[in-house]
Unconditional design. Structure first.
Lengths: 188, 458
């Protein structure tokens, strides 16, 4: 695993840097895939060793030194478990998303950081606000989260994204301790 | 308030007035008569292993600090300052020797004792004006544990927990006592669903009938080594004491072979053999039944299943890993429930087993679980539809397994090694038993509760 780069303001890539532009485009393109639930294409952007993690946030005293539930997450996925989730949505019996939710992933606050010793990896921070509406009776739900991604360039050049970037690691830091949505049959 | 006698009578007949799943008057009664006196699960001792560890949990509207004090004793204290009522602990977990109220600075030791009262002499005239000695945060009226599971009851006259659970305790052992040291409980994931709390509790108690349909997608994607949804009807449904559950019928074999089939490694099987009673071992080894979902009245549920958690490549591998989840359907209102879903694993299990079992849990249950996702879609829809006046005219048929003369479609199992009554095949025996317990609770007058006087009350 790549050593974490210090993410100071000084190390943040300029918004005109080609790596930042490609990383930003990756996230916006990905948001469109998630909004339309085009999970086949989304999975083609995952590296074989992808780790997709969304810890459970907890309220702790300032100074406690932790704000996630020890040993527990909402998502703690590898390629296999993500592939099973996506395959389930492709069956005719995934009732929770049939009819599908209306989804809008709003992505912002994108900052890109270089990874020492390589031009083929970057760390990207972003904020995501997911609006999810189901049916005509229920209140819509909102999920707000920060994300920290490790993007890696596909050496085969097969990944369909601009610059052939793929997602190798994502940590989703959700902003609620108690989620106000019926389930996480969606991705952030 | 309406007279609910007719509603309870219908429920006892297995005809469920649909509005009970979204009715403010019923919910007000439930708060007083179900949650106001039942034994309610709060936490497991493994969540607060060290002196000073605490978690904050609720019984409906009441917040309790569940702490381990300096002597190692487990406490459950009402999280409200004795002075002006501020919450003295606003974190949900941590480690603290004291809790200090942010309002006026009253402070309490982690066993609840009031130890700090600013300007005690100047403001109150010392002990004469306000007797600080002996004052504590209000303890939960009753506290008891079983296999390290910490329960409280708001009824000071509650029967002992073991007596309340009755023979359901036998079945709790399958989930929470696979070795003498019992489980570690990890979590919970918490999320709110716009569903009535009873629907989940009933579902886990006995709804094996929904599995083949609601959960067909998880079978289609190859998460199990066999099309087990269709085998659901071969399992036994049992009701014992204050709870009931569903089981799967395992393929023929010895006890060890059957436990291996579920995915338990030999060292865990050896500990189960050494820990469980003969009746436990016979239910698995002789009868061939393995526990699946279960509920204890009113709102604690458990589930045990064994999916594939790793890519077999060519799909040839039959490796499965069992997991256990414990969950609570914490009511928020008539139409909203906070789900608290934990992962449980035997404390002595090998580390690799714990890791894979956790993965199995995340794939199947909890906020992201592929079973749970489709369950909740159903429950939310039922709840919103139950709000209207048409739902007051509809009595839902919950009589599966009963003929018109109340005789069972097929008789109870003559030979079943566990306690209670068991049936094989589909039937809503347990959902009816759950709602009978609910009707009995609603009918009984609320427990008498006194008030607590503090300090120098005249």
């Amino acid at each position: 695993m790549t050593a974490p780069a210090p993410r100071t303001i000084a190390r943040c890539l300029s918004f005109g840097d080609p790596r930042h532009l490609e990383a930003h485009q990756f996230l916006v393109d990905e948001a469109a895939l998630l909004d339309t639930q085009d999970y086949d294409t989304w999975m083609s952007l995952m590296t074989a060793d992808v780790r997709y993690l969304m810890p459970v946030r907890v309220s702790t005293a300032r100074g406690a030194g932790f704000d996630t539930a020890p040993g527990m997450a909402h998502f703690d996925e590898d390629h296999y478990s993500l592939s099973r989730r996506v395959a389930r949505f492709a069956t005719e019996h995934a009732w929770t998303e049939d009819p599908p939710s209306r989804l809008r992933h709003h992505v912002g606050n994108v900052r890109t950081f270089p990874v020492d010793g390589t031009d083929d990896e970057v760390i990207v921070e972003s904020a995501v606000l997911l609006f999810r509406s189901r049916g005509d009776v229920r209140e819509p739900s909102l999920i707000s989260a920060g994300r920290e991604d490790l993007l890696r360039r596909d050496p085969t050049g097969a990944a369909p994204s601009a610059g052939h970037w793929m997602l190798a690691r994502r940590t989703v830091s959700v902003d609620e301790s108690v989620l106000r949505t019926q389930n996480l049959a969606i991705f952030l | 308030m309406r007279d609910q006698g007719a509603v309870l009578e219908d429920v006892r007949q297995g005809m469920i007035p649909a509005h009970i799943y979204n009715d403010d008057e019923i919910f007000a009664l439930e708060k007083e008569r179900v949650f106001g006196r039942s034994w309610m699960f709060l936490a497991h001792e493994s969540e607060i292993p060290h002196a000073g560890d605490y978690v904050v949990r609720r019984v409906v509207d009441d917040s309790f600090i569940v702490s381990r004090d300096e002597s190692g004793a487990v406490r459950a204290m009402f999280n409200m300052c004795l002075h002006r009522g501020m919450q003295v602990c606003r974190a949900e977990m941590g480690n603290a020797s004291h809790f200090r109220c942010p309002y006026h600075g009253w402070s309490y030791k982690n066993d609840g004792r009031l130890v700090g009262l600013p300007f005690h002499a100047e403001a109150y005239g010392g002990e004469e004006g306000f007797r600080r000695k002996g004052q504590t945060l209000l303890p939960a009226p009753s506290l008891d544990t079983y296999n390290g599971l910490i329960f409280v009851s708001l009824d000071p006259a509650a029967p002992p927990l073991r007596e309340y659970l009755g023979d359901f305790a036998f079945y709790l052992d399958f989930y929470t006592r696979q070795s003498p040291e019992g489980i570690e409980l990890v979590g919970p994931q918490r999320w709110r669903v716009k569903a009535n709390w009873k629907i989940g509790a009933e579902n886990f108690a006995g709804d094996s009938y929904h599995t083949p349909h609601t959960h067909s997608s998880v079978v289609e994607i190859g998460l199990f080594r066999e099309p087990k949804a269709s085998k659901r009807k071969e399992g036994a449904l049992y009701w014992a004491g204050r709870g009931g559950g569903t089981t799967y019928k395992l393929p023929p074999g010895t006890l060890d072979e059957r436990l291996r089939y579920v995915g338990y490694p030999d060292e865990m099987i050896a500990r189960m053999r050494a820990t469980w009673s003969d009746a436990h071992l016979a239910m698995v080894g002789d009868d061939g039944f393995m526990v699946s979902a279960a509920s204890a009245f009113p709102n604690l549920s458990l589930v045990h299943n064994w999916p594939k958690v790793e890519d077999a490549g060519d799909g040839a591998s039959d490796e499965v890993v069992p997991f256990i989840s414990l969950r609570q359907w914490q009511p928020v209102s008539a139409d909203e429930t906070e789900v608290l879903s934990w992962f449980a694993v035997d404390r002595n299990a090998p580390q690799r087993f714990k890791e894979l079992s956790y993965k199995a849990y995340l794939m199947c249950f909890g906020s992201t679980g592929m079973f749970e996702q489709d369950d909740v879609e159903n429950w939310v829809s039922i709840t919103s539809t139950a709000a209207g006046s048409m739902a007051r005219r509809l009595r839902l048929n919950s009589r599966m397994g009963l003929l018109a003369d109340d005789k069972p479609v097929s008789p109870p199992l003559a030979h079943f090694s566990g306690p209670g009554v068991a049936y094989v095949g589909f039937g809503e025996y347990n959902q009816r038993a759950m709602l009978r317990a609910w009707a009995d609770a609603l009918e009984a007058p609320p427990p008498e509760v006194g008030t607590v006087d503090l300090g120098g009350t005249p």
